[in-house]
Design a protein around this ligand. Structure first.
Ligand code: GS8
Length: 222
């Protein structure tokens, strides 16, 4: 029997993009269901992710897997014959998991990015500073390698790349520029965008800018 794979997500979500890229890298056929997070959450989302009630949710043959990093790891383990994301060497594997955890630790990159477009003054300045510090740490981990794991697009790339299409929005609403201090990281983003799985999963950055504008208006954020 063929696998039934459903992805509940929301198009601007960098977390949902991870799972989508992972499924595409493995060539897994799946049904995409867009969730309306602004209005009412559908019962299926609440049933499949009763703890966090968040997207993305991966539903594989009726069973749910929650949290994007765990989904990417699950996809890698289940469809292990094609394009492995995590290295097999235990030390390298631990390193990849460390960096994935670093990116999401206390939601740091996500929360700083959100503060950049939703706050002003001191709070916004602090968020921009922290955001750039995180990016610089990530850039130094990337070093001169084409991808975080070396020559091949892998786990950490999948975890981080969704933020790349948000960069123009962060820059516009935060009135700053990432490129001067993080040109290697920007080049990495461009490189990842050459992959079909990434190019077809990341929305147009202008669309993200439009989404943020709409969101700010809806919630009365100046
Ligand atoms: C984060 C998911 C998340 O924040 C993961 O899967 O990696 N750690 C989780 N999802 C958001 C949408 S992305 O902005 C979400 O579902 N929010 C709805 C809500 O909070 O009610």
């Amino acid at each position: 029997m063929a696998d039934e794979v459903i992805l509940l997500s929301f198009w601007p979500s960098m977390f949902g993009m991870r799972t989508m890229i992972a499924l595409k890298e493995k060539g897994v056929k799946y049904e995409y269901r867009e969730e309306d997070l602004v209005n009412t959450k559908v019962p299926l989302l609440l049933e499949m992710n009763p703890i966090h009630k968040k997207i993305p949710v991966l539903i594989h043959n009726g069973k749910s897997i929650c949290e994007s990093i765990i989904q990417v790891q699950y996809i890698d383990e289940l469809w292990s014959d094609k394009n492995p994301f995590l290295p097999t060497d235990p030390y390298q594997r631990a390193q990849a998991l460390f960096w994935a955890d670093f990116i999401d630790k206390k939601d740091q990159l996500y929360v700083c990015g959100r503060k950049i477009w939703s706050t002003k003054g001191e709070e916004q300045e602090a968020a921009k500073k922290e955001f750039m510090e995180i990016l610089k740490i990530l850039q130094s981990e990337l070093g001169d390698k084409p991808y975080f794991g070396g020559d091949k697009f892998g786990f950490v790339d999948i975890v981080l790349i969704g933020f790349y299409c948000w960069f123009p929005a962060y820059q516009k609403f935060g009135n700053f520029s990432i490129e001067p201090e993080c040109s290697k990281l920007m080049a990495w983003g461009k490189r990842c965008m050459e992959r079909e799985s990434v190019a077809t999963s990341l929305p147009d950055p202008d669309k993200i800018v439009g989404f943020v504008l709409q969101f700010k208006k809806l919630y009365g954020i100046e």
